[in-house]
Design a protein around this ligand. Structure first.
Ligand SMILES: Cc1cc2nc3c(=O)[nH]c(=O)nc-3n(C[C@H](O)[C@H](O)[C@H](O)COP(=O)(O)OP(=O)(O)OC[C@H]3O[C@@H](n4cnc5c(N)ncnc54)[C@H](O)[C@@H]3O)c2cc1C
Length: 438
């Protein structure tokens, strides 16, 4: 898997524009907004070189990729506006801004690429939006220990490029790579498309420098591969979404760039059979980077209704590792698929998946056309998945106007001497919104 910087950015697309230059859009969320008085603004400007209260800056900092906010943007609204946007470029500036806000009791909302889909970067109570994208770059690369210390605002493509030069990869490939940051990945406990081999951010973060709400700086983890003592404060911050402080820099576990690649495609007689094939493969110890099972609706959408039977589920596999490991993985996969009643599929499906894996360019036009499109992620043990899949689809089908509801699971694994598997179902649907919709 490669960065494909330009292509990836184009495929994700852009949020709908907000009004004209110099215009401040109206806010959609109702909540008391905390003003930032003049003296506090002056202190902020002393703490940080770039403090901006221009309408365009405030408008952009007032939203993220929350699907409801995308819909509001079509009507020219933002969820909530900050009074000021601060753009620190050093650890000292981050700490300074946070200390000022803490002293003045002004709310502060950290933001990375604002690619989050839950409104987490929205400054609901006004105050200061802390845009961390200026805090960027790889500070330190330990090629022998395969560790990198990276500033939190580093964008996905910038990190990929920096590591590529050293023949290394992180292995975190979120669909939003082009529009998200390293700090946002950790703050949201992200999982990428290749997480079955590489793990999620919870597995990949080894240490962090954090700034606490009052501006104090603290170092968590990063002392070695393991600690036997005390609770893991680092993991408390991973997934805390800016509520406990700011992740300023992260120590990340790297891997050498993979030597070889394995591609496989399979047909399974139904979604339940596909789940069974994945379960058996992982249970046997295969951890292919990408193990992407599409339910019949998604199979037909991705590969063409004429290519797959109406009840068939397509399984796309991509792995990257040493050839000996890939050979064993391929054998385990063939065995698991055979036991689940499957057979080889069209190898072109893997190409198609690779070419379109980050393509959500249809999303904004669909919303602009009045449709509601959303994704819900749920995690469940293997034993619960078939019933959960059916129950979720049945529930969505009761919503008036539903056009389609489909799913693809993304099995993850917890590293360790005896790996356990933790599959995650991911139903997605689109439907036209009713009058006065969300
Ligand atoms: C098209 C699309 C596809 C996506 N695909 C995936 C995917 O495959 N996997 C996945 O995991 N996610 C995915 N996401 C969701 C999103 O991209 C991730 O959650 C991403 O990790 C957010 O990073 P960000 O830099 O954009 O963070 P933001 O959206 O800016 O922030 C998210 C939250 O983290 C907080 N935050 C951000 N940076 C910091 C920091 N340095 N310190 C403390 N708090 C911080 C913010 O306050 C906010 O609460 C997708 C989103 C879109 C729009």
């Amino acid at each position: 898997m490669t960065g494909e910087r330009g292509a990836a950015a184009a495929q994700v697309g852009q949020l709908p524009p907000l009004g004209g230059p110099g215009q401040l859009p109206a806010e959609r969320l109702v909540a008391p907004r905390v003003p930032v008085p003049g003296p506090v603004r002056r202190r902020l400007a002393e703490a940080c070189d770039q403090v901006d209260d221009a309408p365009e800056a405030r408008a952009e900092a007032g939203r993220d990729w929350w699907p409801l906010a995308v819909r509001w943007a079509v009507a020219g609204l933002v969820p909530a506006l900050p009074e000021v946007v601060a753009r620190p470029r050093t650890l000292e500036e981050v700490a300074g801004v946070m200390a000022v806000c803490h002293d003045a009791r002004v709310p502060l909302t950290p933001a990375g690429g604002r690619s989050g889909v839950c409104g987490g970067a929205v400054p609901v109570f006004g105050g200061v939006a802390l845009d961390l994208r200026g805090l960027q770059g790889v500070q330190d690369l330990d090629e022998r220990s395969l560790l990198a210390e990276v500033w939190a605002g580093t964008s996905g493509p910038d990190l990929v490029e920096a590591l590529e030069g050293a023949g290394l990869v992180l292995g975190h490939w979120p669909q939003s790579l082009a529009i998200s940051t390293v700090g946002g990945w950790a703050a949201c406990r992200g999982a990428g498309q290749a997480s079955t081999r590489y793990g999620t951010l919870a597995d990949l973060v080894r240490g962090a420098t954090v700034v606490l709400p009052d501006g104090r700086v603290s170092r968590l983890g990063g002392h070695g591969p393991r600690a036997a003592l005390g609770p893991d404060l680092l993991q408390l911050f991973v997934g805390s979404e800016g509520t406990l402080g700011v992740l300023a820099s992260l120590q990340l576990q790297l891997r050498p760039r993979p030597a070889a690649e394995l591609r496989r495609a399979y047909r399974l007689p139904g979604f339940a059979a596909g789940l069974e094939a994945c379960r058996l493969a992982l249970r046997a110890g295969a951890t292919p980077a990408v193990l992407r099972l599409y339910d019949p609706a998604e199979s037909a959408r991705h590969f063409g209704a004429e290519q797959v039977d109406p009840e068939e589920a397509c399984l796309v596999v991509l792995d990257e590792a040493e050839p000996a490991l890939l050979e064993a993985t391929a054998a385990l996969l063939d065995q698991a698929v055979g036991a689940a009643g499957g057979q080889p599929g069209d190898p072109a499906w893997v190409e198609h998946w690779l070419a379109s894996r980050n393509d959500v360019s249809a999303l904004v036009p669909l919303v602009q056309a009045g449709l509601v499109v959303d994704t819900v992620e749920v995690a469940a043990p293997w034993a619960a998945l078939p019933a959960l899949y059916q129950a979720a689809r049945d529930a969505v089908a009761t919503v008036p106007g539903t056009l389609v509801c489909s799913a693809h699971p993304r099995p993850t694994r917890t590293p360790g001497p005896r790996p356990t598997t933790r599959p995650a179902g991911k139903p997605s649907w689109s439907r036209p919104s009713g009058p006065g919709g969300p």
